[in-house]
Write a protein that binds this ligand. Structure first.
Ligand code: G3P
Ligand code: MG
Length: 244
């Protein structure tokens, strides 16, 4: 199996994470897929941002959950990374999906609902993916086990992944019990028996966040379904060494 190279927050080594520049660059670099993080504004609009607070990646401060979409749109989401990116804005999920829909790439929407349990975020994101006809090539993932349970009814036509960095005694069984049908794991959890066990259960396994050559090689050799990387051009180059 050829492991997918999934641009983590876009090509986030080269451009401000989760912005259009980072996503466009990921496509230019030939990434097989894109991963992005979703939170809800005060007026319940899904937007693409990793942290609960806008402080690290914009020129503003405060929680996304306390800002309206209009307020969020006024923030500069590029200048913190490099002045050449100033003027970049936080994207709504809808804006992003409109752009993404005609690209033939895999999509992973990570719900950032493990610190703040945004009400209805599962339904809002699911409906939007359906609206853009993206359910059959997307995975929704979350670190929040209760959120996986809430998505149980969606997994018939959507892949739902449990995201984890924790060592559980029986991670695969737990994921099934929660209602998930894929696993997104931190690199330190990776080992061949686990990958084989996940595959035996017809689940996909993807690994984050893989930027070092040795780790890329390990994931490729273990035939993981995907890696999340900030450096998709490098990951593609390294992959050629294994799969060509
Ligand atoms: O979805 C994989 C990875 O993005 C999870 O961790 O903190 O980078 O969103 P984080
Ligand atoms: Mg993420």
């Amino acid at each position: 199996m050829v492991t997918k190279v999934i641009a983590h927050r876009g090509a986030s080594k080269y451009a401000p994470e989760n912005t259009m520049s980072a996503f466009e660059l990921a496509v230019e670099m030939g990434a097989d897929g894109i991963e992005t993080d979703v939170q809800l504004t005060k007026d319940h609009i899904p937007v693409l941002i990793h942290d609960e607070n806008v402080k690290r990646t914009t020129n503003g401060t405060g929680l996304i959950s306390q800002l309206t979409f209009k307020q969020v749109k006024q923030l500069d989401a590029g200048a913190w990374f490099h002045p050449s990116f100033s003027g970049a804005t936080i994207l709504s999920l809808d804006e992003f999906l409109q752009w993404f829909a005609n690209k033939s790439l895999y999509l992973n929407i990570e719900l950032k609902n493990n610190k703040i349990e945004y009400k209805n975020i599962e339904a809002i994101v699911y409906e939007m993916l359906g609206h853009h006809k993206l359910l059959n090539r997307s995975t929704i993932s979350t670190f929040n086990p209760n959120s996986i349970k809430r998505m149980k009814s969606y997994r018939k036509n959507l892949e739902v992944a449990f995201l984890t960095s924790k060592r559980y005694r029986n991670l695969v069984q737990l994921t099934k019990e929660l209602g998930g049908n894929a696993l997104h794991i931190k690199y330190r959890l990776l080992n061949r028996p686990l990958v084989e066990h996940i595959h035996q259960e017809n689940m996909a396994v993807r690994v984050y966040t893989i930027n070092k050559t040795s780790r890329m090689l390990n994931c490729y050799q273990h035939e993981c379904d995907g890696i999340f990387t900030d450096i998709p051009d490098k990951a593609k180059h390294v992959r050629k060494l294994v799969f060509n």
